[in-house]
Design a binder for this molecule. Structure first.
Ligand SMILES: O=C(N[C@@H](O)C(=O)O)c1ccccc1
Length: 332
């Protein structure tokens, strides 16, 4: 029987507002402290099979950065844009996270860099990590970094990435503190990783600070891997047949005893439905799956009191889901 602690989610029609206009590939979504939904999209740039060479170097530098605003804040109720910025800076937006002071942390997979911007964005980042357009596996480089998670202490984590398989922990000044998940580039795939297999594209981060766990969507392994924020060691994996082969993104909510929302990805041939999952954080059990047949290529997920938000790449979509009272499950 389903848990009585939560209600099923349903898609909200007509959100975002039409005034948002057409979006590029929507790679990232986050929430700010006012409850606005912040999305990170690629304008007229796309990531396709020809975008990078065999050494993961971006091929289209000469085309310059995306000339339209790439970061848009949306009112959670009306879905209307309340603020936008980020033109003439990014090449291939990927991860976006707002910290507890509303600083905006983003990754760009073409630049192989991570940036911290002040609340509301701005011309210049407060912090830049990685060498512009230089992929590498040394500890002062990234290779297509995917996401950021920030502790209240200011320490932060970077999931790195498509062509590395590790999570790096830094202090608030960007000094490296720890490498999680990969002992060294030369390490045999299963060395230094107690769970037996190396991550394959740590693609999204969810920080459960109150549970002292940092979790990642280990995308091509179709699972969640959680690390202790105290020891840096892996503490558990969460995997379900319903995930299928690929799990794209996760988001943690401390409410209702701790929930983890996730979205999986399409497979070829399509074996499992593309959908979202609500899991109990403590034991990883699935409480709910949602919605029916709506998602094609979900890429990121963010949850808030106003609802759960999912962004997709191809079709380029932003979805809002909210608890549907009608499905309220009575306490058994
Ligand atoms: O994973 C891919 N893309 C997405 O995750 C994304 O962030 O766009 C990708 C892989 C191979 C070729 C082209 C795109």
């Amino acid at each position: 029987s389903q848990s009585s602690l939560h209600t099923a989610l349903r898609l909200v029609e007509g959100w975002p507002d039409k005034s948002v206009g057409s979006l590029g590939q929507v790679a990232g979504v986050g929430m700010d402290s006012s409850g606005n939904v912040v999305i990170f999209h690629r304008g007229d740039h796309v990531w396709d099979a020809w975008t990078f060479d065999s050494k993961r170097q971006y091929r289209e530098k000469d085309k310059g950065p995306i000339s339209t605003d790439t970061v848009i804040s949306l009112n959670p109720q009306t879905g209307k844009p309340v603020h936008q910025w980020g033109r003439d800076f990014f090449y291939l937006p990927h991860g976006l996270t707002l910290d507890h002071e509303d600083n905006v942390w983003v990754t760009d997979v073409a630049m192989h860099q991570v940036f911290k911007f002040a609340p509301g964005g701005g011309e210049r980042p407060l912090l830049t990590l990685g060498e512009r357009f230089v992929p590498n596996w040394s500890t002062d480089h990234f290779c297509q970094p995917t996401d950021v998670a920030v502790e209240k202490s200011g320490d932060f984590y970077v999931s790195d990435g498509y062509c590395n398989s590790r999570i790096l922990k830094f202090d608030s000044t960007g000094k490296l503190l720890a490498v999680l998940g990969e002992v060294s580039h030369d390490a045999a795939p299963d060395q230094g990783f107690a769970l037996g297999t190396q991550m394959v594209i740590p693609h999204s981060l969810a920080l459960a600070e109150d549970r002292q766990q940092l979790c990642t969507a280990d995308r091509e392994n179709g699972r969640v891997v959680c690390f202790s924020t105290v020891t840096g060691k892996p503490v558990r994996t969460i995997q379900h047949p319903e995930f299928g082969e690929r799990l794209f993104a996760i988001s943690y909510s401390p409410s209702q005893g701790g929930l983890l929302h996730a979205v999986n990805g399409p497979t070829d041939p399509p074996t499992t439905p593309v959908q979202g999952f609500t899991m109990r954080f403590g034991d990883g059990e699935i409480l709910d799956t949602w919605p029916d047949q709506a998602f094609r290529n979900p890429h990121d997920v963010a949850c808030a009191s106003s609802g759960v938000y999912v962004v997709e790449i191809g079709p380029n979509k932003v979805w809002k889901l909210e608890p549907s009272e009608a499905d309220q499950i009575s306490v058994k």
